[in-house]
Write a protein that binds this ligand. Structure first.
Ligand code: SF4
Length: 140
């Protein structure tokens, strides 16, 4: 699956859930997206839920900003480095991030970074429109 396809599909799933939560306050919506609640009530939101696993072992993992507003991608390539096509990167060079190289393609690896998954971070960027928060992720 391309980054673009994943983003498009994920935006629809996110929108469908948020649309059902219109009666909740912003704070309650943020709480709804905590992993422990999502895994129980929104099994289709993430393939990891059915496996009973999660992307980050952290307290109070929140899935509202999965992926991450700082993630940058271009399926056609952001650039070329040492002969490899860079397809994704981190706009803030977060210290927990790293790079994965697969057959002349470089992807950004966020598995060591938990920045977008805390309630506090989400509150600071909150919008019920996930696409608006992620508007800078895909290169035009
Ligand atoms: S934050 Fe992790 S567990 Fe939650 S939806 Fe995203 S990948 Fe799945």
């Amino acid at each position: 699956m391309t980054y673009h396809d994943w983003f498009t599909q994920h935006a629809k799933k996110h929108h469908a859930i948020v649309s059902r939560l219109e009666h909740l306050s912003d704070e309650e919506v943020i709480a709804y997206f905590r992993y422990d609640n999502m895994v129980e009530h929104e099994l289709d939101f993430c393939p990891l839920y059915a496996k009973g696993t999660r992307c980050h072992e952290m307290e109070d993992l929140n899935c509202y900003l999965c992926a991450c507003p700082h993630f940058r991608f271009d399926d056609d390539g952001i650039g070329v480095e040492e002969g490899a096509v860079v397809k994704s990167t981190c706009a803030i060079d977060a210290p927990g991030g790293s790079r994965s190289v697969h057959v002349e393609v470089i992807h950004h690896n966020c598995s060591g970074c938990t920045i977008p998954h805390t309630d506090r971070y989400i509150r600071g960027r909150f919008d019920r429109d996930w696409g608006k928060i992620m508007s800078e992720c895909e290169a035009n």
